[in-house]
Design a protein around this ligand. Sequence first.
Ligand code: PGA
Length: 252
Amino acid sequence: MRKTFIAGNWKMNMLPSEAAAFIGDLAAKTGDFKYGKVMVAPPFTSLPAAAAVIKGTGILLGAQNMSDEESGAHTGEVSPLMLKDLGVDAVILGHSERRLIYGENDAFINRKVKLALKHGFEVILCVGETLEERESGKVETVVEEQLAGGLSGIAEESLASITIAYEPVWAIGTGKTATPEDADSVHAFIRKIIEKLFSSSAAAEIVIQYGGSVKPENSAELMAKENIDGALVGGASLKVDSFYGIINFAKA
Ligand code: PGA
């Protein structure tokens, strides 16, 4: 049985004080978490304040990125050791904003995935096509390449710590969601690729989130689909009520 996993990606939003208040309010609503897995990923500077209040709430603490190196001369980077020391549980890697704005490629992302696993983090590996790629019929090629590249050299046992987030780039922050049918068919394709790269049991067990304009109003129909196990939520994770609306659905 795959466990529902709802993660909030706060991107470059939320001051330390806002992050701490948000977590307090969310924990008060959700009690001892009967809702599957829930995570929030504050920006780096808000992680210490978030870490101080998140313990014991059942909410996982995520980071939005991580260096591919442990230490040294890497100006502006944040090491897995630093995240570990703060109590971070999981890292989001390969987000399309990292790929498209900051030029991260699959080999670079793969190094981060391996390093994150080495340090005991859970990983959310994001994949997804741009509008241009979708319109030129390349969805499957792009998604397969990103999966094969990002997961290259990863042992099958490590998949228990990896969630795949399918996030079509054209649906992120645009208010345009993939239809539940379209999303489900790409999720089914992702399982096929996981089967090809690993095994049929790995394909059946891997948790696949959908991301791209998920909100309380559309989360139920998305998550009712067989291959959609959760959501990676940007904009709608910035308000306790709307994030809770999505999490609360996952209870069902
Ligand atoms: P969005 O972002 O929910 O604001 O579309 C999703 C994401 O980028 O993870």
